[in-house]
Write a protein that binds this ligand. Structure first.
Ligand SMILES: [Zn+2]
Length: 370
């Protein structure tokens, strides 16, 4: 039996009869079965693509058998680092390289999988007819104040000359080329997704895995809380911290600033400057994920104090890399009621001050240590 000949014959039959072309005008039960478009980089499709497409295609076929008019498009996510890197590597212009890669992906790989793609409606993100809508959408966001520029610390791969997402940094190295990733201040574009945090954090519409919800929460950020001003001793500028637990304010025994906080240099007193500078250099190059999940919370004392806004007690100001350079980039340390603050306080012998009745406390409390 000549499998290759049989497959080729049926592929041609399907194509000629436009089997997978959906008629939107007459469809009574339309169903949109979308899967992620691949990057048409030089490497071609790999088995991971087939792994995801096979499952989604099977689902599309089930829907078709249930009487739905299934629209299952396929296209190419052709802009970006994958295409750019490949073009540099083989020293050819992307304008000729991308169409050639797309032809190979489509004709030699994707169509041979036998998935029910409607090739009459395909796109590449590099088509001007497509990206004019991306640009249109961006302009709408910009006009609505939802797209803005700001300086922010990013993961930077010196080899690829590009910014990496936290997920692309593995043990401090670039996932693509294994180069040591550095932290860099860069002016860049942001979308103000926090304006929609309440709605984005509502997962009641579907069933999602708990680890997926946790990741979404970390990305979207916490939306509810309070900003509290602490007066820095011998300085005029206040230090504003963000807390989701303003009810634990009385339990504050230290303040912690992200190493990237703009006030770090100004608050640090002379005798502590060398230690703080050394700490910051190391901390800034640690990937954010590692900074937040590491069991050993690290930090350095700035030598400065702030006044508790109610009790007027002197609260030491620390620099700690588990505080990330987002939002206020500063927190009030309440070790009796926060797990991370607790770990930090234990390591640096900072006092614990329980202020919520033990029945509500999240941690077993210990007597103040210092
Ligand atoms: Zn790299």
């Amino acid at each position: 039996m000549d499998v290759h000949a049989i497959e080729a014959r049926w592929r041609e039959r399907w194509q000629q009869s436009a089997l997978y072309r959906t008629d939107f005008d007459t469809a009574r039960r339309p169903f949109y079965n979308l899967m992620e478009f691949p990057y048409p980089s030089g490497e071609g499709l790999h088995v991971g693509h087939v792994y995801t497409y096979a499952g989604a295609d099977t689902f599309g076929r089930l829907r078709r058998m249930q009487g739905y008019a299934v629209f299952q498009p396929m296209g190419f996510d052709a802009f970006g680092i994958h295409s750019e890197n490949y073009a540099l590597k083989v020293d050819r212009h992307p304008a000729e390289l991308i169409p050639a890669n797309i032809r190979r992906f489509r004709d030699e790989q994707l169509s041979r999988l036998g998935c029910a793609f409607d090739w009459s409606r395909s796109l590449s993100t590099t088509d001007p007819d497509y990206y004019r809508w991306t640009q249109w959408l961006f302009v709408q966001l910009f006009n609505a104040g939802l797209a803005y520029q700001a300086e922010a610390a990013v993961n930077w791969c010196p080899q690829d000359q590009t910014v990496l997402a936290n997920e692309q940094v593995i043990d401090g190295r670039c996932e693509r080329c294994d180069t040591l990733v550095v932290r860099r201040e860069l002016r860049q574009w942001f979308f103000r997704i926090t304006a929609y945090a309440e709605r984005l954090l509502d997962f009641s519409a579907g069933e999602f895995p708990p680890e997926w919800i946790a990741a979404q929460r970390a990305w979207i950020g916490r939306s509810e809380g309070a900003e509290i001003d602490f007066r820095i001793v011998d300085q005029s500028a206040p230090l504003t911290v963000f807390t989701t637990r303003p009810d634990t304010l009385f339990g504050t025994t230290f303040l912690a600033l992200a190493p990237e906080h703009p006030l770090v240099e100004a608050v640090t007193i002379l005798e502590h400057r060398a230690a703080v500078a050394a700490y910051i250099t190391t901390a800034r190059n640690r990937p954010e994920r590692e900074r937040t999940i590491a069991a050993d919370k690290s930090g350095v004392f700035s030598g400065a104090y702030a006044r508790h806004p109610i009790t007027n007690a002197a609260i030491p100001i620390w620099i700690a890399d588990y505080v990330l350079p987002h939002g206020n980039a500063a927190l009030m340390g309440v070790p009796a009621h926060d797990e991370r603050d607790f770990a930090f306080a234990v390591r640096y012998n900072l006092p614990l001050l329980p202020v919520i009745a033990a029945a509500n406390a999240e941690l077993p409390y210990t007597a103040p240590a210092g």
